[in-house]
Design a protein around this ligand. Sequence first.
Ligand SMILES: [Zn+2]
Length: 88
Amino acid sequence: MAFTVFKVAVAVVAFFCIYLSGTFIVRSFTHGPPAEPEIGRLRRVDYRYRCTVCGTEVTMTAAPEDDIPHAPRHCREDMVLVVEGGQY
Ligand SMILES: [Zn+2]
């Protein structure tokens, strides 16, 4: 009798372990993208980059407080900085 109770207890514990790990995995999938970067660490910039392959231009309006940010890529090539507006 005691052995049966023990088996049931083990089954219940195992069930909860599986249940909790399952919800943990599902929750990690549904959390979505990580938190937004702190706005305070971003500065307003006005860098314009051009794709050397197709000519597409993009304007970067915010960047971390570092130096000139890494150039974005387009057509699998680094875009070139054409206008450095700096801060505004
Ligand atoms: Zn391109």
